[in-house]
Ligand binder design. Structure first.
Ligand SMILES: [Zn+2]
Ligand SMILES: [Zn+2]
Length: 340
């Protein structure tokens, strides 16, 4: 994957290159290679970091609804597309800061950048995939006259939605790896061995259809069927934004123990081996080609159940400093090789 576009002067960049660079600067010096034990963030802390922004957008719409008028469907799609970009963009920015601070897995190798030939496709994908996802959910669930609020059952919705989506994802993902005729759908995504957040969108149209339309639609229908009264548009919006923040996390490679928080708050207690962390999707890219492990993207439950679970390396439990948080200062010696 040749990637040199960011070396040209900014005045020669297309709109897509400018957007990609603003979201994920390519001029940041490479962070030092880290060797110390990994910092950790719990699922609860991750939820507390990422969910309040979503709730703020619900509160703002609630205020508009009460003080002025309900938002019609097109306005709601636009409003929640902006909310999605703000919340997922905040997560990406935060992770880049954490990467610069704590380093990346397989840290001697640089993270891959958006290829020269795909800048427009990936920048456009960042914009259109968000609008399509929101529009689909709105078509199924949005009711302008309904009260603007989030049910207390939202954590349960989030877990069920993530698990339903992950089952769909696991099925298609593993099939693409193991069935010769389906590999073409997924092959492009594996051109990156050390992904960075924008490369979550490195995909062919078949994969985009499955991930942007089919899997979220099936998860939406399944969750609505299970919770017909309490699962509405705002609970769904919380789910879809959290799911996509995890997509960004999974492609960040940040050298930290950070769990897939939509499901991690349950599996952390009931089945720790089913907790997916950043490193496992990183290993899926680094070492996976036709045969791989860690096919899930919201949990490792289906991998655990069907025997495709891959072990963590740098992030194994005995190499995590559970008392060291991502916000803490980097301890002295963290960038020094253990043998020095
Ligand atoms: Zn794969
Ligand atoms: Zn991936």
């Amino acid at each position: 994957m040749r990637s040199t576009w960011f070396l040209a002067p900014r005045t020669q960049w297309s709109w897509a290159m400018a957007l990609l660079n603003d979201m994920q600067p390519h001029t940041t010096p490479a962070p030092p290679e880290h060797f110390g034990r990994l910092p950790a963030m719990s699922s609860a802390a991750a939820l507390a970091t990422f969910v309040p922004r979503v709730l703020a957008f619900v509160a703002l719409q609630h205020a508009v609804h009460r003080a002025w008028r309900p938002l019609p469907l097109p306005a709601a799609v636009l409003y929640w597309s902006v909310a999605y970009q703000v919340c997922v963009g905040h997560a990406a920015t935060l992770l880049l800061r954490m990467g610069a601070k704590w380093g990346f897995f397989d840290g001697a190798r640089p993270r891959d950048k958006v290829p020269d030939l795909m800048t427009t496709k990936i920048a456009a994908g960042i914009l259109w995939s968000c609008v399509v996802r929101i529009a689909l959910g709105a078509l199924f669930l949005y009711d302008a006259a309904a009260p603007v609020r989030v049910s207390l059952a939202a954590p349960l919705h989030l877990f069920v939605f993530a698990m339903a989506l992950d089952l769909c994802f696991y099925t298609y993902h593993r099939s693409c790896h193991e069935v010769d005729s389906l590999w073409a759908i997924h092959k492009t995504h594996h051109l990156t061995k050390h992904p960075s957040p924008a490369l979550g969108l490195l995909a062919d149209p078949g994969q985009e259809f499955l991930e942007v339309i089919l899997c979220p639609t099936l998860a939406t229908l399944a969750t609505k069927r299970l919770f017909p009264a309490s699962f509405g548009f705002y609970e769904w919006a919380l789910c879809i934004i959290c799911i996509n923040i995890m997509e960004v996390l999974g492609h960040s490679g940040v050298r930290a123990h950070l769990p897939a928080f939509a499901t991690g708050w349950v599996f952390g207690v009931l089945l720790p081996r089913a907790v997916l962390t950043i490193e496992q999707h990183d290993l899926h890219h680094r070492e996976g080609w036709r045969r791989s492990t860690n096919y899930g993207k919201q949990s490792l439950f289906w991998d655990w159940l069907f025997g495709t679970l891959g072990e963590r390396r740098e992030g194994r439990d005995d190499n995590v400093d559970w008392s060291l948080g991502l916000w803490d200062a980097v301890p002295a010696g963290h960038t020094t090789p253990p043998s020095a």
